[in-house]
Write a protein that binds this ligand. Structure first.
Ligand SMILES: Nc1ncnc2c1ncn2[C@@H]1O[C@H](COP(=O)(O)OP(=O)(O)O)[C@@H](O)[C@H]1O
Ligand code: SF4
Ligand SMILES: [Mg+2]
Length: 383
């Protein structure tokens, strides 16, 4: 892997022991023939050691580019990343590729949506699982085989002994993802990124893999970043949640607060897309109206304004900054946050103006399709 994408170097700073990752004003752009595509537009967050963070947003919101920027995996002469990503106090964005390679797989690991992205189709799974171990720790062949077996058992690959000599294509998608998890865990990384690790799998397998990741995170006191388009995946699984829209963080809080005190209209809309226990099983879900904006042509003001049921003139003029909601560290970027009188007034105004996206939400409320969003927890099985 190379890291030739343009990166602006910055100084490292000493970090408190509890702090594992501090991302500051991270921006990544792709320079395309049609213009600059700002995929990540000034993301900042802090991650404490041993905690889990969910990064949630629709497809195209910049989640993968953000994770790959932190990992220095966005390559190419047309990519530019600025800001800082301090891992244990060292700015990953200013490390040279040799230093970065040392961290990949040993201290920081990543699991991808498609396990075939990280698995080599030509290498038997036992060998793949311990590749980093042999490379980074100089572990011998026999010891590596023993560790591979232990890891494959740990990620619950049945009859691991007989599967150790198989190639990835001989396993099911779920089994392959277990192998890539085992491979990521081999060097006991302190930080694990999982980018849509279950999106390509069927629902029951999804549950098993998510449970496996949570268990491993607990047992190893590992820090986990779970990237997903499905807010239901983070419910009850991650400590904190960061909601992204059009390359920006629009809401961040503990996951309990995100569900219990939803403040951003986009988060509320994502919430409506999760099945709820209070709904009859045949109830259609309320999808978010419209599409995310094209990243090369973002609207003026709030990027969600063309889809938001509460949008007012100000929203089309000025981009709202992240602002504290209460004093628990909860923040949302909205001029009319959900749950405020200003939000209620904006809704009523748009309703009388017959704004299409407001009518959709109002119709759903009347039809009882939407439960009480605030305080209503998602269905157990939705994760
Ligand atoms: N290598 C690339 N070159 C150009 N544009 C890209 C590249 N990778 C991602 N993008 C664009 O960046 C934006 C964010 O993409 P991505 O982070 O993959 O979204 P998500 O993971 O949230 O679905 C999208 O508009 C996508 O088309
Ligand atoms: S109310 Fe305005 S600022 Fe808030 S999300 Fe909607 S459009 Fe954006
Ligand atoms: Mg993605």
């Amino acid at each position: 892997m190379t890291t030739e994408g343009t990166v602006v170097a910055t100084l490292d700073v000493p970090a408190p022991e509890s702090e594992i990752l501090r991302v500051e004003d991270l921006r990544t752009s792709f320079f395309l023939p049609i213009g600059e595509l700002e995929a990540v537009r000034g993301v900042s967050f802090l991650l404490q050691r041993g905690r889990s963070l969910g990064i949630v947003g629709e497809s195209g919101s910049g989640k993968t580019v953000l994770a790959r920027s932190i990992m220095r995996l966005n390559v190419g002469a047309n990519v530019k990343t600025t800001g800082r990503a301090l891992f244990e106090g060292r700015d990953l964005l200013s490390l040279d590729s040799r230093e970065m390679r040392k961290l990949w797989g040993s201290k920081i690991a990543m699991i991808f949506q498609d396990p075939m992205t990280s698995l080599n189709p030509m290498v038997k799974i036992g060998r793949q699982v311990t590749e980093h171990l042999r490379k980074h720790r100089g572990v011998g062949r026999q010891a590596a085989k023993q560790t591979a077996l232990e890891l494959l058992n740990e990620v619950r690959i049945p009859e691991a002994e007989s599967r150790i000599g198989r190639f990835p294509h001989e396993l099911s998608g779920g089994m392959r993802q277990r192998v890539s998890i085992a491979s990521a865990l081999a060097c006991e990384p302190s930080l694990l990124f999982a980018d849509e690790p279950t999106t390509a799998l069927d629902v029951t397998v999804q549950h098993q893999i998510l449970n496996l990741l949570s268990r491993e995170q607990d047992q190893r006191n590992m820090t986990l970043v779970m990237v997903t388009h499905d807010l239901g995946v983070v419910a009850g699984r991650t400590d904190d949640t960061l909601v992204m829209y059009a390359g920006k963080v629009v809401e961040k809080a503990s996951t309990i607060e995100i569900f219990g005190r939803t403040s951003h209209p986009y988060t509320e809309a994502l919430m409506r897309s999760i099945p709820r226990t209070t709904q009859a099983s045949h109830t259609p879900l309320v999808a978010i109206t419209g599409r995310p904006p094209v990243a090369t042509h973002l609207p003026k003001g709030c990027a969600f304004s063309l889809r938001c049921p509460y949008a007012q003139l100000k929203c089309h003029e000025e981009d709202p900054p992240l602002t504290p909601i209460g004093n628990s560290g909860h923040e949302a970027a909205c001029w009319f946050p959900v749950g405020t009188d200003a939000n209620q007034e904006a809704f009523e105004r748009n309703l009388s103006d017959r704004l299409p996206q407001t009518l959709v939400v109002a119709d759903s409320l009347i039809a009882g399709k939407i439960g009480q969003t605030v305080g209503d927890s998602p269905e157990e099985g939705s994760a």
